[in-house]
Structures are given as C-alpha cells and as structure tokens.
Design a protein around this ligand. Sequence first.
Ligand code: GAL
Length: 344
Amino acid sequence: MNAIGSLMAALTVTALSGFMTAQAQTAEPEAAIVPGAVWNDTEGNPINAHGGGILYHDGTYYWYGEYKKGKTVLPEWATWECYRTDVTGVSCYSSQDLLNWKFEGIVLPAVKNDKEHDLHPGNVLERPKVIYNRKTGKFVMWMHIDSADYSKACAGVAVCDTPTGEFEYLGSFRPNGAMSRDQTVFADDDGRAYHIYSSEHNATLYISELTDDYLRPAGRFTRNFIKRSREAPAVFKHDGKYYMLSSGCTGWDPNQAELAVADSIMGEWRTIGNPCVGPDADKTFFSQSTFVQKVMGKKDMYIAMFDRWNKTDLEDSRYVWLPLSFEDGEIRIPWRDKWSPDEL
Ligand code: GAL
C-alpha cells in the first residue's frame, strides 16, 4: 500500500470506530416520566410499544406492545377512520425502575411470506399482554388479531419459555364463540387468569376464565357493561377489590375514561365515574387506557398507562403514564407534567 493508501485506510478506521462508538453509546439515564413526550430506550431510540402492558417477573418489569413501524395509511376502501400500519410484531422492553427501558427486541415477529397467516403485515395485531403461568413455567401472550377491515375479531395466543422471546404463535379463535377485539388478560393471586375483551361488535365486555395453562377459555364467562360499548380495558386489584379502567368506543379519537369496581372479577361491575382530574380530563388527556401496573415494593402505588394515538402517524403515538392516587377512599388520576415513581 502506498502512502496515500495507508492514509485513506487510517481515516476509514478512524471514521468507522467513531461510528461504532456513536452506535454503542447509551442514552443519559431517565430521571422522570414526562407524559406525552417522546420516550427513548437505553440506546436512545424512541420506545415503540403501543397498546401495551407490563409483566413483572423476578425483579424486572417487561413492557410488551405493538411495534408500529412505517407509514400510516387510510385504506382506499375505508368507510371509517381505520388508519393502519402494517403489522411488524410485538416488541419487548425491560426495566428495573419503570424509567429506563432496554429494548429486548421483537418477541413475536410478523410473518411476511404467508398471506394467509394471522401475523401477515396486511392484518391487525393489537393490544398484546403477557402473563406468567406458575404451573407450566410458560409466558403466555394474548392479543387482538384481526383482518385489515376488523371483521375477523379474534384473539390470538402465543407462548414462550422466557419473557424475552421469541414467542411461538399458537393461532387465533373467537373465544366462547364470540367476537373479540380490544382486550387484556389478568392473573389473580390464586393463579387463575382471565381474558377480558370487547365483544358483540364492541357493545359488551366479556370476562372469560382461562384454562389452567392460560391457553384457552375454560368455558365460564360473563357479559358485562351490556350495550355500553366499553373498550381498552385495564384491570387491577387493590385491597381485595377489582378495578377496571376503560374507554368509550371512538376509534383512535379520545373520549372519557371510566372506572368500575367489583368484588369478584367475573362481576358484577359498578361504574364509579371518570377518575381523570385536570385539564382535558373529559378526553382522558387525549389518550386511551391500556394497562394499570403496580409499582412493586411501594404500598398503594399504581401507574395508569394510556396511549396518546396519533392516528395519521401511528408510529409517533405517545405514552401518557400517570400515578393513581387513593384519597379518602377515592381513586383519582390527576394530570402531571412530569413525575417519577420515587418522588411519590
Ligand atoms: C380503538 C381501539 C384501538 C384500535 C382502534 C382502531 O377503538 O382501542 O386498539 O383498534 O380503535 O380504530
């Protein structure tokens, strides 16, 4: 190699190592939750986990959600605002403090080469939630599976030996023979788990007990909030009572949240009003519920998780996480510009 050749080689190595350093550099640790801002993962990339939920397992929080990548389109045939992105898969992030999230990858990827597959990019995969089955030692994911026009209305199930994938997709079906769209799963302290889903054209919310392995409906279910069109259910338990946060049914547009309480997960559920407090509380701070997570090791501390959908650019939808407050026996979700689980 001549002198110019060596100089070029040296410059290339320097430039490449500079590039590598920039790639490996991790972001500054996050000190606070800023609802509605862009949240970055520990590598400095925007967190992409929409309609998601959290699983706490062995000292780590795992956040699963819809990985919405790419252009948002309104299909030509659309008769309502069914803005969509292609299915990419379900993402997973892990954290010890609920502030700093490490990207664990796409734990259930889309299936690109089979048009008939539920997970083909041209379909719909929404609101994935994962629970751990102590008996089988398996992590079980439930999700909303649909056709692009939302006429399929099914629930899909996937399973894995580890929380970080890759999950094995087992297929989809209409649980208890009924439509299933917005959904969540809830594992109770006694080991029983339940699938909670908007059914009957989203008019009525079903609560369905799962089999011991959490993979199928056990056959016992109740119809709740009959003809009241509740969506985006998020269930939690506090002091022996069950609570459910949900939204109304207005597509990607926000509406007023509602909290309900029950002595038994299967019902009866009693509506106790809109828990949101502050500016735009009647529009759920321009967001929609997806999950409520307990902050482990802190008494009476729960985080209400919402999605602030950006319907014309769904990838850029943001997260609104707010603490639940328990005052005088009432549960409230007051707006905060910025907060951290530690300060409360
Ligand atoms: C919402 C639902 C979202 C998504 C959207 C599609 O009502 O909560 O998960 O399905 O409709 O328009």
